[in-house]
Write a protein that binds this ligand. Structure first.
Ligand code: 3PG
Length: 394
């Protein structure tokens, strides 16, 4: 891996590809996590006398300039975090970008407009990458969370000019490798969420790598149904039962234990305050749906955590957005946080809803590592090579 340590950045124009694809509402950034996590790299580079030029995408503007997706408010949020001005260029290539970059002094920070305003970005277009390279001498990539995209600013550009991983990219790859490539055993993956159809490849890869897979969320219903359990009105992918059976057979062959809930909290509807009760998974009433794991499962899972050395977490255990169906996720996340804090467990989480679920449980700050990545985290779990990471390897 090439890192900032391999670069001489003083006085240079350092293009920094970040993933500031951040949630926005009414023109304001509503969650600055991805910005916060790149601040150390930016400060290190400016501290070494680099001119730091931030480049990112925001949303999916479909290759056209569309100011609904402008990065300007993101530049303002970044300036507030850095405590220094961030000049904003209304284009990421051409004269408007150059004018802003030409005016920079060592230690300055600027931000370019959304790179996805050009269709060439998503085509990994070499000519477009050359235009981006005109405003930078060096590329530092801190965009792990979009490293699964073989796009011009992620991949092609990294081959054109000297490039290296930023500190966030380094951390992400190190943490994920520690949990999946060379973990301390026993290692378990907790995989939750609604659908197994979106996680077939994740599960298929994990059975070969981990000792246990704890299945939660509505996904568990599909596994239970595949074992012949009547899950009543529960969310369940009935067309996926055979896939679930294939995964269970593959797991058995690989010596990977698939852990399913033994009891569940059920209600007639998915609504706050809907009357709910705990039943054994074999006794779900026909007119009710499973919305969380039950108390016996919580005891089982928290006890199980005590026997682990490594835990990978992706997805919630229940419908955590609505009380009391957050109980299972909260209890198990809090226990994982406690064991991590006590130095007994390495816990790594990421992907989609996961961070929100752990933050809701108040356990996010106790985990060993929380990835900023959604889709890229899942592709890593699938065992895929991420083009934006591969291109930075030595
Ligand atoms: C993300 O938020 O996961 C990345 O920025 C990738 O975004 P994309 O799915 O629009 O490529």
């Amino acid at each position: 891996f090439r890192t900032i340590d391999d670069l001489d950045v003083a006085g240079k124009r350092v293009l920094m590809r970040v993933d500031f694809n951040v949630p926005m509402k009414d023109g304001k950034v509503t969650d600055t996590t991805r910005i916060d996590r790149t601040v150390p790299s930016i400060k290190e580079l400016t501290g070494k006398g680099a001119k730091v030029i931030i480049l990112s995408h925001l949303g999916r503007p479909k290759g056209k300039k569309n100011l609904d997706f402008t990065q300007k408010p993101v530049a303002e949020a970044l300036a507030a975090k850095l405590g220094q001005p961030v000049a904003f260029a209304p284009d990421c290539i051409g004269p408007d970008a150059k004018a802003v970059v030409d005016a920079m002094k060592p230690g300055d920070v600027a931000m370019l407009e959304n790179v996805r305003f050009y269709a060439e970005e998503e085509k990994n277009d070499l000519e477009f990458a050359k235009k981006l390279a005109e405003v930078g001498d060096i590329l530092v990539s801190d965009a792990f969370s979009c490293s699964h995209r073989a796009h011009a600013s992620v991949e092609a550009l990294a081959k054109l000019i000297p490039s290296a991983a930023g500190r966030l990219m380094q951390q992400e790859v190190e943490a994920l490798s520690a949990a999946l490539e060379a973990p301390t055993h026993p290692v378990a993956a907790l995989v939750g969420g609604a659908k197994i159809s979106t996680k077939l490849d994740v599960l298929g890869n994990l059975v070969e790598k981990v000792d246990q897979i704890i299945i939660g969320g509505a996904m568990a219903n599909t596994f239970l149904a595949a074992k012949g359990v009547d899950v009543g009105k529960s969310l369940c992918e009935h067309e996926m039962l055979e896939n679930a059976r294939v995964i269970m057979a593959k797991a058995e062959k690989a010596g990977c234990e698939i852990v399913l809930p033994t009891d569940a909290v059920v209600a007639a509807e998915f609504k706050a305050g809907a009357p709910s009760e705990a039943v054994a998974v074999g006794a779900v009433p026909a007119d009710k749906m499973i919305l969380d794991v039950g108390p016996a499962s919580i005891v089982g899972l928290t006890g199980r955590l005590a026997g682990l050395k490594t835990l990978l977490w992706n997805g919630p255990l229940g419908a955590f957005e609505i009380e009391p169906f957050d109980t299972g996720t909260n209890a198990v996340a809090q226990e994982a946080g406690k064991l991590t804090k006590a130095g007994k467990l390495l816990s790594v989480a990421g992907g989609g809803d996961t961070v929100a679920a752990l933050a809701h449980a108040g356990a996010d700050s106790e985990f060993s590592y929380i990835s900023t990545a959604g889709g890229a985290f899942l592709e890593w779990l699938e065992g895929k090579t991420l083009p934006g990471v591969a291109v930075l390897r030595k």
